[in-house]
Design a protein around this ligand. Structure first.
Ligand SMILES: [Zn+2]
Length: 304
């Protein structure tokens, strides 16, 4: 792909991400209030005034309206523009990560339509994965509840999607797919290569069981019932060995965050802290920077 095409895709994905972020924000707020998610028209939370089209543009409307409803002048929640911006950035990062994978570009250079479609499928899957993890995390932080309905959507989409990739590659080999799932790159040197979907299934079992055992041992005090399912889902989409890196990072991030929350007095010891967002963050970091983080870690530990 030329630099111009890549730039255009980045721009498109950012704006597409802000629209999805805006929608996810609506899903979060309406799930909390038990409202119809799709059929309720966009409205102001205070006065109920319906939003006109120009008041409903992600990011821009918030800036034009200076953060206030044009009708009742009440402040619009900062969660709106924040989630729009954040999901936009997430979508840009996902595409950036895919550009690091060898052979992702070559299909475009050769103008092979089948290969182009096949290359876009994992990208589309990961956009859905990060959007769902964002949704589940924000809801978990606000309500200390895992939205299991959306987690089930994640399991379904990932099972169908990753299964499809495995089948496509089995019948028509795609060079890019041999590097997809290798999120740890050179840092996964001491693990044997596990082919395709088996790497996902093993990741699911390891992620789920690891957190499930902690829930058993701590009798649910350290983590909630939904957390093993989140870990299982992330283990499935990352595959093995990245699942180990993901669990390791999640505990480090969770540990640091708990220490900060407790030492600043925001949370007391034994007070429930949502662990789902740390799992999501650990999974995202493994996907984006796993190779660099673990290469640095091994160098520090003098493991070659
Ligand atoms: Zn209003």
């Amino acid at each position: 792909m030329s630099d111009l095409t890549i730039g255009a895709i980045y721009m498109f994905l950012f704006f597409f991400g802000t629209i999805i972020g805006s929608f996810l924000n609506v899903v979060i707020l309406r799930s909390e209030k038990d409202q119809e998610i799709v059929r309720t028209p966009s409205h102001c939370d205070y006065c109920g005034a319906k939003l006109r089209i120009w008041e409903n543009i992600p990011l821009f409307s918030y800036i034009f309206l200076r953060g206030r409803c044009s009708h009742c002048k009440k402040k619009i929640s900062i969660l709106n523009p924040a989630s729009e911006f954040f999901v936009g950035i997430l979508f840009v990062l996902v595409f950036w990560r895919f550009l690091q994978i060898p052979f992702f570009n070559s299909a475009f250079v050769n103008c092979d339509i089948f290969q182009i479609c096949a290359n876009f499928l994992p990208l589309a899957l990961w956009l859905i994965y990060v959007a769902l993890l964002f949704l589940i995390s924000i809801y978990d932080i606000r309500n200390l509840v895992v939205l299991d309905g959306f987690l089930m959507v994640g399991f379904f989409v990932s099972l169908v999607g990753e299964g499809l990739l495995f089948l496509i590659n089995k019948y028509q080999s795609i060079a890019f797919f041999d590097f997809y799932h290798n999120w740890l790159g050179s840092a996964s040197f001491f693990f044997p290569a596990i082919p395709g979907i088996f790497s996902n299934i093993l990741g699911l079992i390891i992620g789920f069981m690891f957190i499930k055992i902690i829930v058993w041992f701590t009798k649910g005090r350290a983590m909630g019932d939904g957390d093993p399912y989140i870990a299982g889902f992330i283990g499935f989409i990352l595959g093995t060995p990245a699942v180990f890196a993901f669990l390791f990072l999640s505990f480090i991030i969770g540990g640091i965050a708990c220490f900060v929350l407790m030492s600043t007095g925001k949370k007391k010891f034994k007070q429930y802290v949502a662990f789902g967002p740390y799992l999501a963050l650990g999974g995202l970091l493994t996907f984006l920077y796993g190779e660099a983080i673990f290469q640095a870690y091994f160098n520090l530990m003098l493991i070659k």
